[in-house]
Design a protein around this ligand. Structure first.
Ligand code: CIZ
Ligand code: SF4
Length: 322
């Protein structure tokens, strides 16, 4: 780990590079608080994947530095092909993206030509290019409702828990791909109930990538930005939070008097691959960020033939949620 002095030095040098290179830093809520605070201090943005995409597209900088996982960098590139997109690492992937390879997915779509293809943002550029709509957890419910109102049947990928939740809420006809997030699927209902007994005044906040048994215990279910808002609007003094612990930085900033507690997972680091913190988000560090800027390394490229097709479902989402 870096000392306080080293952290400050990295931040200063990165801020200088951002300025010199007409670059802006866009960080996800699940990244290290050091990166989130740096994004705030340098005029960048800290948000969920929907607002990261919009911010990057609309910002005048010629280089976007995306701290998050690979699909977020790719989405930025698809929406702004003329901009240079750098990432602290290109190895930060996502179990949802890995679990939905394009060949199998495309074959699945071909078997169900009567269904509108709706994919979560956590997918490759090729999967997006095969989709009719891209959604994130902050807009998935409204978009599925909209499609249902039009009488459409849906093919949903890749997160089965989010898909199940939306199906239950809307009653839409949804055929689900069976992917999952290795962070959220570890939250455990029984242990959560035990913890709630210790904090009876607490509200339980759950991201819908979690299993249904955990969602059923929630006082509020929502995307990262919706859960942050819940800590500011619900009267409870305490919140038990079932999502990546990176979110505590912005939650505590917006609700400084509230007590925030991590929802329990299966076990400790020995038994659980990803106890409330995404191992790929954690690959984003200050030294890697500085190196990427200094060397122009880890630039995101998306195959030119995919961009015109992948941009359509993304713009549909951005226009729908404007
Ligand atoms: O789990 C993720 O990767 C999330 C919540 C992405 C997003 O939509 O911000
Ligand atoms: Fe993917 Fe889960 Fe990590 Fe988000 S938290 S990037 S869904 S593995």
């Amino acid at each position: 780990p870096l000392t306080d002095a080293e952290q400050a030095d990295y931040k200063r040098r990165i801020a200088e590079e951002l300025k010199a290179q007409n670059a802006v830093l866009v960080a996800h809520y699940y990244t290290d608080p050091l990166l989130q605070s740096l994004a705030e201090e340098t005029g960048g943005c800290v948000s969920d994947s929907l607002e990261m995409a919009r911010f990057g597209r609309d910002h005048p900088a010629t280089t976007l530095v995306v701290a998050g996982v690979r699909f977020m960098g790719e989405t930025s590139k698809i929406l702004s092909p003329e901009k240079r997109v750098l990432m602290p690492t290109l190895d930060a992937t996502c179990s949802l993206d890995i679990g939905c390879p394009i060949d199998e997915f495309s074959a699945f779509c071909d078997q169900h030509p009567d269904r509108t293809v709706v994919v979560y943002a956590n997918t490759s550029a090729a999967v997006k290019a095969r989709a009719d709509w891209v959604v994130t957890s902050s807009c998935a419910l409204q978009i599925v409702e909209h499609l249902m109102d039009q009488g459409q049947k849906i093919l949903w990928a890749p997160d089965q828990h989010l898909g199940n939740y939306i199906q239950r809420e809307t009653g839409a006809d949804m055929l689900l791909w069976e992917g999952s997030c290795i962070v959220h699927e570890e939250f455990k209902a029984k242990a959560l109930l035990d913890l709630k007994a210790v904090y009876p005044d607490a509200a339980i906040l759950v991201h819908p990538e979690s299993p249904m048994s955990v969602i059923e215990l929630a006082d509020a279910v929502g995307s990262t930005s919706q859960l942050i808002k819940a800590t500011q609007t619900l009267p409870n003094p305490t919140f038990i939070v079932a999502t990546d612990r990176g979110i505590f930085y912005k939650m505590q900033q917006g609700a400084p008097d509230k007590q925030l507690i991590e929802a329990p997972t299966a076990g400790n680091g020995a038994t659980c691959r990803s106890c409330a913190h995404c191992p790929w988000m954690a690959m984003n560090t200050l030294p890697r960020l500085l190196e990427s800027l200094q060397q122009g390394s880890n630039e995101i490229h998306v195959a030119a033939e995919l961009i015109p097709r992948a941009v359509q479902p993304l713009e549909r989402m951005l226009n729908f949620t404007r």
